[in-house]
Design a protein around this ligand. Sequence first.
Ligand SMILES: [Cu+2]
Length: 281
Amino acid sequence: MSARVLRRGRRVPETGAQSRPTPHRRRAARAPVVVALAPLAVALAIAGGCERTPGAGPGPYRTPTPLDAATTGSIAGYLHVRGAKPPRRHVQVTSDATCAAAHPDGLDVEDVRGDGDMLAEAFVWIARGLEDRAFAVPETPVVVDQRGCVFEPRVVGARAGQRIEFVNSDDTLHNVHGTPARSSPWNFGLAVRGARRTITVPTAEVPVGVQCDVHPWMRAALGVVDHPYFAVTGLDGAFTLGRVPAGQYTLAAWHPRLGKRQQEIEVAAGATTRVEITFAP
Ligand SMILES: [Cu+2]
């Protein structure tokens, strides 16, 4: 089984130029030449808006860089854990009747999951090397559920500017408190089962912490990046990043309990670069 990789989207970039309320308007009455030139200035501004330089602004709004499939390769590999994984933590959830009913014996939290020595629930992404490229942001939202008084999934990948929808599937009040450092935080309640609310994180950042302030054991993390080359590992610890432009990159992996590892890699056209990363508790 391979790790999940979010699909590429089709959003058309914004290319409109901003209007320019200016002193021109005040001078226009006594300067017909300026009035005559104004439409030309607007036309030039619109043309310039189509050719914004990659790297000049926030990722989601930049014009996507053309990608020639013939010059791309893949990155595939596994995340491992060296030594014994931490024991499960037992959490009492009796403070909330709905949570207690869902977990009558309390909640067994497994901070480090994975088959054998493999590492699940880690966010893998290209951390450096794509700065000169821009990518269209998927229209499809990422969905994070609050179900059984836990976040599902606990580690979530999203694109900068992509919609992230939080859903409450429980018959109790949850809240969603996001604490990014590079974007504005958010904090709202989802009072009833079926309540949902969508946010976006405009700036890339890994990780962005998310918690429910009502139930202190409820924690999740977002990996927010401004390109499509990321994955969250499953129980087999595997990940695959496809259609990567040939080049040199820093590949990083982050796990909520075990922290971050990274290594330098090279991707060649038509080839798969194999990577093994080992975490130690
Ligand atoms: Cu909650």
